[in-house]
Design a protein around this ligand. Structure first.
Ligand SMILES: *Cc1c(COP(=O)(O)O)cnc(C)c1O
Length: 378
């Protein structure tokens, strides 16, 4: 009897094979013109990304983290400012305000959709105002695991409180809310092209979207050391935050199959739902949305059940991952910045969430095998 080979958590080789010819053409074009910084592919990519999500402006940058940082720098956010963000997210979301001297104020998430909870946001802003130590300035809403956050509710709170809204869309470019692609849900939207994201490059990369021409111009200046209209006029403190032309070429090639890949991910998520409902807690959908399905995360009753399932799946050649084993307010790096408020939903999710493989090259047979292995180990 032969054992089935392990299923990859992510299969970048299979994806590369599907775009091989176009990718080679794109890379050869860059090697021929040698405009490695802000070459024509960067301009073309920005136009295509803006068109894809219907945003007025796209400014490509060196990573998702730098996109978040540039967006906050453009608002002049720094010492004494409170930046509200979910406790249940990737570290970069909280790292950026701290790097700029601002204070992250952690907000809990919805227990069903895992997205930042607008009611708790309103509470946290009110608390922050009452304590008088920090100025409420900005909200970073995260579209977690591929699904959109509840932007209509978040925008309402932000408008009432005068907060700048930044959408951390690193995991969810390609998702829609109310039939509209993410990219225009907040004052600015930041995404990432890290290789494992739904639209991943072959290295680091990111982009900012905004409807505001003023903000877009600031972002372009900030990503090139705060330059003015000529290269040697320095108007503000910026950074070296550009996207490489070679990455733009890779992403242009990836964009040719992105819509198909989103459909494949949605098919796989639906197959998981059908195979796992009643077996484990399947992810609840944000009403009126489609997901980019960066991550398909299920809930187990407790940590012991999660450990048993993880071990059983490993033995069956099925890799898993935990996003996130600790909420950010409990991380050593952020404990000092946190005001001590309990965030029970984020704390609970961290103990019993588990991500299953999801990528466009998983076959129906792979998904059936994974579902059978899950059923055998709960
Ligand atoms: C990946 C990620 C980022 C950071 O993106 P990089 O391109 O890796 O810098 C920020 N926020 C979230 C939610 C992410 O998942």
């Amino acid at each position: 009897m032969t054992e089935a080979p392990p299923i990859p958590f992510l299969d970048l080789k299979a994806q590369q094979a599907r775009i091989a010819v176009d990718l080679r053409k794109r890379l050869d074009a860059v090697l021929a013109h040698c405009q490695f910084i802000l070459g024509p592919e960067v301009v073309e990519l920005e136009q295509r990304l803006a068109a894809f999500c219907g945003a007025a402006h796209c400014v490509s940058v060196s990573s998702g983290t730098d996109a978040l940082q540039i967006a906050l720098m453009a608002e002049g956010i720094g010492a004494g400012d409170a930046v509200f963000l979910p406790a249940f997210t990737y570290t970069a979301t909280a790292e950026v305000p701290l790097v700029l001297g601002a204070t992250p104020v952690f907000v809990d998430v919805d227990p069903r959709t895992f997205q930042i909870d607008p009611a708790h946001l309103a509470l946290r802003v009110a608390e922050t105002r009452r304590s008088g130590r920090l100025r409420p300035r900005a909200l970073i809403g995260v579209d977690l695991f591929g699904q959109p956050a509840d932007w209509p509710a978040l925008r309402a709170v932000a408008a009432a409180e005068g907060l700048f809204t930044l959408d951390d869309c690193a995991q969810s470019f390609g998702a829609t809310l109310g039939g509209v692609p993410l990219g225009t849900a907040a004052d600015a939207t930041a995404t990432s092209f890290f290789p494992s994201k739904p639209l991943g490059g072959y290295g680091d990369g990111g982009a900012l979207f905004t409807e505001s021409a003023e903000r877009a111009a600031l972002y372009r200046s900030l990503r090139t050391h705060g330059e003015g209209t000529t290269r040697y006029e320095v108007l503000r403190t910026g950074m070296n935050g550009r996207l490489d032309t070679l990455q733009a070429a890779v992403l242009l090639s990836k964009l040719t199959v992105f819509a198909e890949e989103l459909q494949a991910r949605a098919r796989i998520a639906a197959a998981y739902d059908a195979g796992l409902a009643g077996v484990v807690g399947i992810p609840a959908r944000v009403p009126g949305s489609t997901s980019a399905w960066a991550i398909y995360a299920v809930l187990l009753p407790d940590t012991a059940a999660r450990e048993r399932l993880q071990a059983g799946l490993r033995a069956a050649g099925v890799p898993t991952a935990i996003y996130y084993p600790r909420p950010l307010h409990a991380q050593p790096a952020y404990r000092a910045a946190h005001d001590g408020t309990a965030l029970p939903v984020s704390e609970d999710l961290a103990t019993r969430i588990l991500a299953l493989p999801i990528h466009p090259d998983l076959t129906e047979a792979d998904v059936a095998r994974i579902c059978a292995a899950v059923r055998a180990n709960v």
